[in-house]
Design a protein. Structure first.
Ligand code: M6R
Length: 606
């Protein structure tokens, strides 16, 4: 998944393209590039690595064209080198692409046989050669692109400019998001509306299979059959201000510290605070009779969904099936008629989650989504949106989006429980009261992080780290391990504490840290037994708990003292220490905390 932009402007566009790309770096940052049409010829600048490298390049070798396209890359086909960086071009056409051209090998072989010489390892280059080939046969640019689109298989968003054409840009969307921006005598393209926010708030979302022809006068949109269609322009809510780090060293730190506020915003959306009750939007089916809930998501959002399963089963007494989106979509899971499927996604663009949503829709499920970006594809394709009000999350490691997802799911579980008569009004009010305590409980944890710095100093020397948790704390153990892996590059695994003795215990020796998420709840004594099994083998136990350190009944390497929360809200409150452990470890290891290697914020490929 990559970020693409295009500007059909009235003045040099290179710097505006870079500005727009900066807003899309969350989609990938392996390389970046732009191309413009200048004096009828295509010119291009590309650089390996972050966008700042491209900016330096442009200072040395500026581009002056008034029409241009840009790209920030997350490598799929071909290493993240300058040669493989977009835009790709021939003397006639230049293309930026987000997605995967699945039949690129066949296309490449056929075009090579016709004399085309490929310079890169990318799938995208096949698109350049195809358009060029069609133009060489005598087609004009628009017809050449139309002919090319018919030959492409896979998922793509494309922006295309042509030599000799400074009043033409083309766009196409199939499986990857693309939005057109309308300016005063200028037109824009972007992977999302945030990229275009400094230029315009009037946008048109292309739909699946659409392609568009842009000129200074506007955009003509065609559907997948080639028929002209009207796609409404809407006002975008995207904020033109690039969020900054405030007085924090990293976006991740800022986002961890924003949690009390954004959880409050999310609670305010779902709770009638005065009445002490939950209110959720109408999901369009009778919640009292749904036979099953299916939850699907990826990564951190999946772990939020897993906590949601515990809550929904406990408070609403309805069976919940949950699976990782990339698995559910391919295993042809039977789904009960009239079921409710819930998709959890910060970006609302994750390809596997979106594909699974479509599978569930085709199989008769009512679709609800817990999303942070309300204009996203997942939100737009859902019957009902349960928003998280986390605000823009820039750090690749999800933090505030996770706790807001948990907050929204907690509210939904209570609403479902009430609708089904599984909890009474008094219980609802008591649990709402507990939810309202969460922002303060989290704020109190964020006043002093010195113990995390000390712990990080020890963890950074580890080879492997284990995380354990039981019940609702099990997803947190997995989330803790994911967080540590993705930003510190240390190997970590999260296990259900009861599973330890079935294999992972073999890993434990005197140098393996075992981080145990152990709130005092109905399962605490069992978790204590598991800690003792670790201690007996010399493992270094870090206990995160509101119990005092003597309750572990064994020697602890560290004890992170937690406030006492209700066992219902513990997963939200205990998310914070696992975030801080990962953050401080990564800082001490000197990794790129906000943009860790090989990752991207929004994963729009399978
Ligand atoms: O945008 P989504 O919530 O759908 O993204 C899902 C995962 O890619 C995401 O949570 C990922 O696991 C994070 N980098 C974890 O911190």
């Amino acid at each position: 998944m990559c970020g693409i932009v295009g500007i059909l402007g009235t003045k040099p566009v290179a710097l505006d393209l870079v500005d727009a790309l900066r807003r899309l770096e969350y989609r990938g940052y392996d390389s970046a590039g732009i191309a413009t049409v200048e004096n009828g010829r295509l010119g291009r600048r590309r650089a390996e690595g972050k966008l700042r490298n491209l900016e330096h390049r442009l200072v040395e070798e500026p581009l002056k064209g008034h029409v241009g396209i840009g790209h920030t890359r997350w490598a799929t086909h071909g290493r993240p080198t300058e040669r493989n960086a977009h835009p790709h071009m021939s003397p006639r056409v230049s293309v930026v692409h987000n997605g995967i051209i699945e039949n690129f090998r066949e296309l490449r072989e056929a075009l090579t046989a016709k004399g085309h010489v490929f310079e890169t390892e990318t799938d995208t280059e096949a698109v350049v050669h195809l358009i060029t080939h069609e133009m060489d046969k005598g087609l004009g640019p628009v017809d050449a692109v139309k002919a090319t689109l018919k030959q492409l298989e896979g998922a793509f968003a494309l922006a295309i400019i042509f030599a000799g054409q400074d009043n033409l840009m083309m766009a196409a969307r199939l499986g990857s998001p693309l939005v057109i921006g309308h300016g005063e005598g200028e037109m824009y393209l972007g992977s999302d509306a945030i990229a275009l926010a400094p230029f315009t708030d009037t946008v048109t979302y292309l739909e699946e299979g659409d392609f568009a022809v842009l000129s200074h006068n506007g955009a003509q949109v065609f559907d997948k059959s080639g028929a002209p269609v009207e796609r409404n322009a809407v006002k975008s809510q995207a904020n033109a201000l690039l969020v900054d780090k405030g007085n924090h060293r990293h976006f991740m730190a800022k986002e961890i510290h924003e949690q009390p506020e954004v959880i409050s915003h999310t609670l305010a959306h779902y709770l009638d605070m005065a009445d002490g009750t939950v209110r959720i939007p109408d999901v369009g089916i009778d919640l009292a009779t749904i036979p099953r809930v299916t939850i699907s998501a990826c990564g951190t959002a999946y772990y939020a969904g897993l906590v949601g399963k515990y809550w929904i089963e406990r408070f609403a007494r309805v069976p919940v099936e949950i699976d990782i989106a990339s698995e559910l979509r391919y295993r042809e899971a039977p789904l009960p008629p009239g079921g409710l499927a819930i998709f959890v996604s910060q970006s609302g663009e994750t390809a596997d989650t979106l594909a699974t949503l479509r599978y569930c829709k085709e199989n008769g499920q009512r679709i609800a989504s817990v999303v942070n970006v309300r204009t996203s594809t997942i939100a737009r394709e859902s019957d009902v949106v349960l928003p998280t009000l986390a605000g823009p999350e820039i750090g690749v490691a999800s933090t505030k989006a996770f706790t807001c997802q948990l907050t929204a799911l907690a509210c939904f579980a209570l609403a479902l429980g009430r609708a089904r008569g599984a909890i009474d009004e008094a219980t609802e009010r008591a649990l709402v009261k507990e939810l309202m305590e969460v922002p303060r409980q989290i704020a109190n944890q964020l006043t002093d992080e010195s113990q995390y710095e000390a712990l990080a100093h020890q963890l950074m020397k580890s080879r492997d780290v284990l995380y354990l948790g039981r019940g609702q704390s099990y997803p947190l153990a997995m989330e803790g391990a994911l967080k540590l892996k993705e930003i510190s590059y240390l190997h970590a695994e999260g296990y259900a504490a009861g599973e330890l003795k079935h294999g992972p215990i073999a890993l434990i020796d005197e140098i393996v840290p075992v981080i145990v998420v152990a709130p005092v709840d109905a399962l605490f004594d069992k978790t204590v037994s598991n800690m003792q099994e670790v201690a007996a083998r010399g493992g270094q136990i870090v206990m995160i708990s509101n119990a005092d350190e003597n309750s572990a009944g064994c020697q602890l390497a560290a004890h992170i003292a937690m406030p006492t929360a209700h066992d219902f809200t513990n997963p939200i409150v205990y998310a914070v220490p696992i975030q801080l452990i990962a953050y401080h470890t990564a800082v001490q290891m000197g990794t790129d905390v906000d943009q860790p290697r090989n990752l991207a914020k929004s994963v729009t490929v399978e």
